[in-house]
Ligand binder design. Structure first.
Ligand SMILES: [Fe+2]
Ligand SMILES: [Fe+2]
Length: 486
């Protein structure tokens, strides 16, 4: 079987060592700096990227342009040879800063001196998450439930690698010497490392099994989407254009999460039906079938929503306010919101616990920017749950996934000191601890999930705990050799 390569116009210069649409060949200094960084990047990939994967030929898409209709081509590639490039979405002529105190002024093509530190920090934090997730996922291919899934994992890994390139390009091109130093440090930190951990908490958690991987790509990559969406509004145009193109790739990551969890649910429902089990809460009976029970999936969701919510930072934050006012980081769908986009006299309702009750407090809309993005995230995340619930209903079972309340099990922000149940009841620490095993996975839940993680590397076959996908990648059949193992 031969790979079908889509015929698309190559807009990217692939003759350069680093494929790009940023005219790198005419910027000798930048080109030199990036060519010096590249071997270190490959070294990082080989050391901290996917384990035992160097010789595999993987059916990957590579970005070859930024035209929404034909931006990628597919073909088998060995991963260290993947062409990581620098791609920016097309420039919008006459674009103006859409929000904040500079609203209406022409966007910046260079970093404004007064916002240099703020911008650098935001780019470094975004950049740090990209290699972190590759590190978290490095051991997963050993237990892939199919070659199709293994391919999707690697696809996400190489694209997170490209997202690192996107941020490094900005650092090196626009931030001189400190930018170059930050670019080096992005390769030095390691997920869960004691001395040099990744910057944000959720990116130091283990992604030790495939259910966690699907939850991560659905819930945590969605934080990525929200952050990129608000940076795509930025008055600093090169950042906005980088993020806009990254969002094209990010959509696939969340697709892998949503369909992955959907396939787990489908398989569980099928197995319950075959075995004549009518109560989805009969955990032991369901697990005996070698599939993951629905209550355990709910616990996994609770965990991932809470650690991901922490990634939005404190709900009420002067840093968030500063980035908005400066025109550096906007709101989700900023240009579609019907207000003055400056919010100088506006408030935003933020929930918090006062005297044991959850109350709404009107905060300055500037200070509540993070809170608003978190609310948008929760609204966005609910879509998948609705579709999963529909499939459970269709299979004839009485069970419904619920998104946990945003204050559940938080370590950052207004709820960090509170004890709140997934359905939003404020309780005492003792009561919370007494019930937490009903809400979050226990060691034995995790051990059960791990016990199912046996690899399935036969072409067209799928592990018993997950249904096969509805369609293959890029129009290929389900029994396509998505990864050539040799
Ligand atoms: Fe990413
Ligand atoms: Fe992603």
């Amino acid at each position: 079987m031969s790979a079908v390569i889509n015929e698309v116009a190559v807009e990217v210069n692939y003759d350069d060592l680093i494929p790009n649409n940023v005219d790198l060949s005419n910027d000798a200094q930048l080109k030199k700096a990036l060519e010096r960084w590249q071997p270190k990047y490959v070294e990082w990939w080989n050391e901290a990227g996917p384990e035992d994967a160097k010789d595999l030929e993987v059916y990957l898409r590579t970005a070859v342009g930024v035209d929404p209709k034909g931006w990628a081509k597919f073909g088998h590639v060995k991963m260290p040879d993947y062409r990581w490039g620098i791609l920016l979405a097309p420039k919008e002529e006459g674009r103006t800063i859409p929000f904040g105190k500079h609203k209406g002024e022409p966007v910046w093509q260079e970093v404004p001196g007064e916002y240099r530190a703020l911008l650098r920090r935001l780019i470094v934090i975004q950049g740090d998450t990209e290699p972190a997730s590759v590190e978290q996922q490095r051991a997963l291919s050993a237990t892939a439930p199919s070659l199709y899934d293994m391919r999707n994992l690697f696809q996400i890994n190489v694209e997170e690698g490209r997202h690192l390139w996107a941020m490094v390009y900005l650092l090196v091109k626009y931030f001189g010497r400190d930018g170059r130093e930050e670019a080096e440090m992005l390769l030095e930190r390691r997920s869960a490392d004691e001395d040099k951990p990744r910057i944000l908490g959720a990116f130091n958690e283990e992604t030790g099994d495939w259910l966690t991987f699907f939850m991560f790509t659905y819930f945590t990559d969605r934080d990525g989407k929200m952050q990129l969406e608000s940076l795509a509004q930025s008055g600093f145009d090169p950042l906005a254009r980088s993020c806009r193109f990254m969002l094209t790739e990010e959509a696939h990551h969340m697709f892998v999460g949503e369909t992955g969890i959907g396939r787990v649910i489908q398989r569980t429902c099928e197995a319950m039906t075959e075995a004549g089990i009518t109560d989805p809460n009969d955990v032991e009976a369901v697990r005996a079938l070698g599939v993951i029970d629905l209550p355990t999936l709910q616990k996994k969701m609770n965990f991932h929503v809470s650690v991901t919510s922490d990634l939005f930072g404190a709900e009420v934050s002067t840093n968030g306010a500063a980035a908005f006012i400066a025109g550096i980081k906007g709101r989700y769908n900023e240009t579609k919101i019907d207000d003055d986009h400056q919010l100088n006299n506006d408030t935003y309702p933020v929930l918090r616990v006062i005297d044991g009750a959850i109350v709404e407090v009107a905060e300055s809309a500037h200070n509540a920017i993070n809170s608003r993005l978190l609310d948008d995230y929760h609204k966005d995340a609910i879509g998948g749950l609705k579709r999963w619930n529909k499939s459970i209903q269709k299979a004839g079972f009485d069970f419904e996934f619920k998104l946990p309340f945003k204050g559940f099990s938080r370590k950052v922000g207004v709820f960090a000191e509170d004890f709140i149940t997934p359905d939003g009841q404020v309780v005492t620490e003792e009561a919370w601890n007494a019930q937490k095993d009903e809400w979050l996975c226990t060691e034995s839940d995790d051990a059960f999930i791990k016990s199912l993680m046996v690899p399935c590397k036969e072409v067209g076959k799928y592990a018993g705990w997950i249904a096969e996908p509805r369609v293959g990648v890029d129009g290929q059949p389900l029994d396509y050799e998505y990864v050539k193992l040799h």
